[in-house]
Design a protein around this ligand. Structure first.
Ligand code: KG4
Length: 340
């Protein structure tokens, strides 16, 4: 049988990434992150598109070189079509279209969120078979989304619950900003939390029914509590940043795990995965291991490199769609919000 080489391209937010897979096994994964946003405390869309524009050719070129192949060997090109920032998406989408036309090979559009979930199927070698069986539940937590997804098959996912306001990552980043820490806040809070007392402070937890999440109340509670404490001690944050980070992290992890426990109980599905940028968080990873021990779950936690945005997850999703001959027409537009 002929070898299938898929080029994956990801440019939905502030990471320009390209990966090459051979028969579903990862050969290369190259990512250029954009430090330019740190000074602004958040991603600046116009600056992100400009950086993608500069990075896309060298990143794709490196991915193909590191895979040890020529671009003419590619079988198909998979790209993130959405959701994401429109200016960022357009760079990857149009590059993928141009390259597919010049090489005369099919295009495969990938939903970024499906990519995060299917990151669990990235194999770095042929004998790497650590993947969840269908159906499994996936907690998808990133800067833009917090969802519990029931994954029935590669191409059959059902959102059981999702945030009705902020995403978990967004809440962490905003609270970190209020504390005057850098951007993105997630990794900084994670580092500080390891040295703090998670039970030092209590913050508001939402009380909504079903599997949905809400993080806006926590954000407000965090802000107002800080304001009160700073009145008594202007250096309160500096004196207590480790305890604040640990308590904030614990509150978020508790909120996430409570709904996930409910979903496991109701569906009876005990294979549980976590995905998205926040799945890099050590407190959340520990909670997964703890639930595995306490409730007999089998848990799936991605390698750190496949938690945040990367093209390997787009490539593997593209590989599954290639097998179904699920191709995309050249005139398919990028989509900023969830439409498909
Ligand atoms: O999936 P992702 O790279 O981008 C999208 O939103 O699609 O997720 C980024 C989010 C940010 O909010 C960032 O602060 C958070 O993931 N994050 C973390 C950690 N690393 C990244 N949150 C908590 N702990 C971490 N170690």
């Amino acid at each position: 049988m002929e070898d299938i080489y898929i080029l994956g391209i990801e440019s939905s937010c502030d990471d320009t990434s390209a990966a090459v897979l051979k028969n579903g096994v990862l050969l290369s994964n190259v990512t250029a992150s954009q430090a330019v946003h740190e000074a602004y405390g958040g991603v600046v869309p116009e600056l992100a598109s400009r950086a993608h524009q500069q990075n896309i050719v060298p990143v794709v070129d490196q991915a193909i070189k590191r895979a040890g192949i020529e671009k003419e060997q590619l079988t198909a090109i998979a790209f993130t079509r959405g959701p994401g920032l429109m200016g960022s998406l357009l760079v990857g989408v149009n590059f993928a279209k141009g390259l597919s036309q010049s090489l005369g090979i099919p295009l495969i559009d990938v939903n970024h969120l499906h990519g995060h979930v299917l990151a669990h199927f990235i194999h770095e070698s042929e004998d790497d078979h650590t993947e969840p069986p269908f159906p499994f539940l996936c907690l998808l937590v990133s800067g833009g989304n917090s969802q519990i997804v029931r994954v029935n098959a590669y191409n059959d996912m059902q959102i059981l619950g999702q945030t009705i306001d902020d995403a978990a990552g967004e809440a962490i980043d905003k609270c970190s900003k209020v504390m005057g820490l850098g951007y993105p806040g997630g990794p900084i809070i994670d580092r500080l939390a390891r040295q703090g007392n998670p039970d030092a402070y209590q913050f508001a937890k939402p009380n909504i029914s079903g599997y949905d999440y809400s993080f806006s109340g926590l954000k407000t509670s965090f802000l107002y509590s800080l304001r009160d404490w700073i009145k008594d001690d202007p250096d309160f944050i500096e004196h207590h940043k480790e305890d604040l980070a640990a308590s904030l992290e614990k509150t978020i992890v508790d909120i996430l795990m409570k709904k996930l426990r409910l979903a496991v109980k109701d569906t009876g599905i005990k294979h549980v995965a976590v995905a998205g940028g926040v799945s890099a968080n050590n407190g959340l990873r520990n909670a997964f291991h703890d639930h595995a021990r306490r409730y007999g779950w089998t848990v799936y936690i991605p390698k750190f490199s496949y938690t945040t945005d990367n093209a390997a997850m787009i490539g593997i999703t593209g590989y599954f769609k290639y097998q179904d001959k699920d191709f995309c027409p050249i005139d398919a537009p990028a989509f900023a919000r969830m439409e498909k």
